[in-house]
Design a protein around this ligand. Structure first.
Ligand SMILES: NC(=O)c1ccc[n+]([C@@H]2O[C@H](COP(=O)([O-])OP(=O)(O)OC[C@H]3O[C@@H](n4cnc5c(N)ncnc54)[C@H](OP(=O)(O)O)[C@@H]3O)[C@@H](O)[C@H]2O)c1
Length: 314
């Protein structure tokens, strides 16, 4: 996402080099959305994979959000006819004949989930899609969707500072045999150890999601950076970085939880991969919980308008 949209400027050559480095390191899941840069991200991935064996990679694509020429967001459309239209464009932009996991980015309040999943199931039948996923939906929607066609995974925010799924959504996924692809593992950079008040200032002058995110503002930011300092003490004691501890924590929550990491440069990728070597003992986990107790982050994970679009928060 950050290679094409929402996190300020990025470097295209470095983005492609990062995707290649990820594949070389054995990463085999790439997540995108057709609306990330209005198709830019899919074309970028298509270019990166043109020199590689596409069948060694699972491509996960989100669809539905409607955009405009001023970079705005204008709601969502997951009607069956829209599903087929979005998918046709996606396949062409990616330069592939199938998407490995296809999912609506948000629940469309005007379309029963059964109709959307039914339409994707037709695309599975036709060979254009391999698996069906969901994003940011709650337990009831998961059950209704899963009754139409098996759901492979729920993509949802999950990190040390966003543990909302633990009460109901994660147990429901586990009951139904649905995996979780966790995003925002670094809380969009906030708990990466590389964020600062100065970066929040810079985000304000560019097109950056973080300029509108409650967690990155004013007193909330001060409080949240204090949490990061506490986490840094745990990380220092382990000889790891803050980002590595935050990633290792999510990795340790279960084999059915796959972290999506938003690295857009090779140095960030290298750091993230280092998390695979960080083993957290029970004492480490206790120290981490003590540093960042559940619910301790200040501010919601989206602004009020965006929160209202989340079925997972109902
Ligand atoms: N389903 C959904 O609603 C949804 C929502 C958001 C994202 N996603 C998916 O999840 C993916 C990851 O989300 P995200 O980008 O918000 O997650 P993230 O990994 O929590 O945050 C990425 C941010 O952290 C910074 N960072 C600092 N150190 C890093 C390190 N070692 N490794 C990686 N990043 C580091 C990045 O760097 P710099 O800024 O310094 O480059 C970037 O700004 C997205 O690409 C997208 O595919 C899905």
């Amino acid at each position: 996402m950050g290679m094409s949209d929402l996190y300020g400027p990025s470097d295209e050559a470095e983005s492609i080099a990062t995707i290649h480095a990820a594949l070389d390191a054995g990463i085999n899941l790439i997540d995108t959305g057709d609306f990330y840069g209005m198709g830019h991200n899919e074309m970028l991935i298509g270019r990166a994979l043109a020199e590689r064996n596409r069948d060694e990679v699972l491509i996960s694509v989100k669809f539905g959000p409607l955009r405009d020429a001023d970079n705005g967001f204008n709601g969502i459309d997951t009607r069956p006819v829209a599903v087929k239209n979005f998918l046709a464009y996606t396949l062409r932009r990616l330069g592939t004949d199938h998407v490995d996991v296809y999912r609506p980015a948000r629940l469309d309040p005007n379309v029963p989930i059964e109709e959307t999943v039914g339409a994707i199931a037709e695309m599975v039948e036709a060979g254009h899609v391999r698996r069906i996923g969901l994003s940011e939906v709650g337990a009831d929607t998961l059950r209704r969707a899963h009754a139409v066609h098996p759901i492979s995974d729920l993509q949802i925010e999950y990190s040390l500072v966003s543990r909302g799924i633990e009460d109901e959504i994660l147990p429901t996924c586990r009951e139904l045999g649905i995996a979780v692809t966790a995003y925002g593992v670094l809380s969009r950079g906030l708990i990466s150890g590389h964020w600062s008040r100065e970066r929040s200032e810079r985000a304000r002058s560019g097109r950056d999601f973080r300029s509108m995110s409650p967690r990155f503002q004013g007193e909330n930011l001060d409080h949240n950076l204090e949490l990061v300092d506490r986490l840094r003490s745990v990380a220092d004691a382990k000889g790891a970085s803050v980002a590595q501890v935050a990633i290792a924590w999510v990795l340790g929550r279960g084999a059915d939880i796959v972290p999506l990491i938003g690295a857009r440069r090779r140095d960030r990728l290298d750091e993230a991969l280092g998390a695979l070597d960080v083993e957290l003992t029970d004492a480490d986990l206790a120290a981490i919980e003590d540093a960042v107790p559940p619910g301790s982050a200040a501010g919601d994970r989206y602004n009020e308008h965006q929160m209202a679009l989340l079925d997972s928060e109902r």
